[in-house]
Design a protein around this ligand. Sequence first.
Ligand code: SF4
Length: 331
Amino acid sequence: MIQFDHVYVERAVRDAPVTRDLLARLQPPRVTGIDDAQRMFKRPGQDFARQKRRPRLILARKRPPFLYAGTDRVASFGGERAVHYNDMVRNCLYDCDYCFLQGMHRSANILVNVNIEDYVAAVDDALAQDGSLYLSISYLSDLLGFERSLGLVRRWVEIARSRPGLEVEVRTKSDGYAAIQDMDPHDGIILTWSISPDEIARRHEAGTASSPQRLLDAGRAIARGWRVRLCIDPVIATDGWETSYRSLVDTVFRRLDPAGVEAVSFGVFRMHPDFLDRITAFRRSAALDTGVEHQGDVASYPEALRQEVFSVLQRHLARHMPAERIHAVHG
Ligand code: SF4
């Protein structure tokens, strides 16, 4: 359970059910009412790095939109279906060097939009219009990492159960599976573990679960009957990357039965150039400044290196899985 010393609550949601539930769970020592959470969250001149060390929780009411269309930097697993994401939670308790949220948000505080009924209504509208929806609920956070504190994945599992056509992806680098392992699996939920070579995780993914722990949890989820996918993204092409990522793939399929892994996606490091500029202004990281170049609306490795990563991973994954279950993401 994460402890927040200080929780800000927008007065408009003081009595909302999710607010009451979270305050009862978290028992924060200090709660302050505010008028406008968005203004607080977006205020210029905030010290992102300092806030990251001790984030505060902000409970807010979100106004539309409640669904966002993903770009090709978001899409994975074949892009055969449009990906949508929502922003019930913005920001993360982990501190990955390459996290684009550092460039997207002015604040590192954790913003939770508690009006879940509006997010669900937007899902229902999309389902009524299109018959199906692929929704990522953890694009702007690691929701399963927060599960012991916020309990929001559990809510979305129940929301999905009564909505045929809705697929909800929960992507994680956490050890939070234990917080939902008592639940009956549901086919509309896809648990996706984002995995990295252990040395990359230790060096660049501060606070996340170790790679062995992620694989252990993925194995437990498969055994329980959940749909499980894996995601090797972003590939960080530092010295020795080829050996590290080949070894990762071999380790994965020594520990997990390929038949239980629905799909694997991979993609190289990439980011909106504006976000990268903002991040490198306050954070020097080898993950971000080794050979990354601006290429129009994306910053990534040079094309030749991207193709090499693509080719190595595609070939190596294909030793373990049929090609139709392997998806490359090149945003
Ligand atoms: S786990 Fe994901 S959302 Fe959290 S800091 Fe790392 S990259 Fe960002």
